[in-house]
Design a protein around this ligand. Structure first.
Ligand SMILES: CC(C)(COP(=O)(O)OP(=O)(O)OC[C@H]1O[C@@H](n2cnc3c(N)ncnc32)[C@H](O)[C@@H]1OP(=O)(O)O)[C@@H](O)C(=O)NCCC(=O)NCCS
Length: 140
C-alpha cells in the first residue's frame, strides 16, 4: 500500500476532522464540532497524514515554542493503524519543537498507548521514581 503523506496543515476542513475523530470514537470532540474547530485552529502546530485526498491521521501540539510543548491528540484511522503513521506524526511534531526541552502529554491508561509513547521516547511520570516529578490535572 502507498505511504501516507505527512506534513503540516493549518486549515483542515471540519467535515474531515469529524470523520477522523469519529472513526476512533472520540465523541467528546465530535459531539461538539465548534469546539473541535476552535481546537484545531488554536493549536500551535497541526500535522496530518493523507492518502491521496483522504485524511487518515492527525497530531497537534500546543506550545510557546520556547519552554514547553504539549502533544494534544494523536489519532490514526483504524484502517491505517500499525503502519508507522502515528510514529511519523509524532516525530514531525518533535522535530518542529526540537529546541523545546519539556514535552508533555496526557493520555488514557491503556497498554497500547503506553507502548506507543514509550516507543517515541516519552516516559511515564511514575517511572521517574519517587521524589522527582508529580503531574496534576484538573477537568472542569
Ligand atoms: C495510538 C495511535 C495513534 C498509534 O498510531 P499507529 O499509526 O497505529 O502507530 P504506529 O504504527 O506508528 O506505531 C508505532 C509503535 O507504537 C507501538 N504501538 C502502536 N500501537 C500499538 C498497539 N495497539 N499495541 C502495542 N503497541 C503499539 C508499537 O511499538 C509501534 O511500533 P511497531 O508497529 O513497529 O511495533 C493509534 O492507535 C490511534 O489513533 N488510536 C486511537 C486514538 C488514540 O488513542 N490516540 C492516542 C491518545 S492521544
Amino acid at each position: 500500500m502507498d505511504e501516507p503523506v505527512i506534513g503540516p496543515e493549518s486549515e483542515v476542513p471540519l467535515e474531515e476532522l469529524l470523520d477522523l475523530y469519529g472513526a476512533v470514537g472520540w465523541t467528546a470532540y465530535t459531539g461538539h464540532p465548534e469546539v473541535l474547530r476552535k481546537a484545531i485552529e488554536g493549536s500551535s502546530y497541526v500535522v496530518t497524514a493523507r492518502m491521496g485526498d483522504r485524511l487518515v491521521g492527525l497530531a497537534r501540539a500546543v506550545s510557546d515554542d520556547a519552554t514547553v510543548c504539549y502533544l494534544q491528540d494523536v489519532l490514526v484511522h483504524p484502517e491505517a493503524q500499525r503502519e508507522g503513521t502515528g510514529r511519523k506524526l509524532v516525530e514531525a511534531v518533535l522535530e518542529r519543537y526540537r529546541s523545546v526541552r519539556q514535552k508533555v502529554l496526557l493520555t488514557d491508561d491503556e497498554k497500547a498507548q503506553r507502548a506507543f509513547y514509550e516507543a517515541l521516547g516519552y516516559k511515564e511520570i511514575r517511572d521517574f521514581g519517587e521524589g522527582t516529578l508529580r503531574a496534576f490535572v484538573r477537568f472542569d
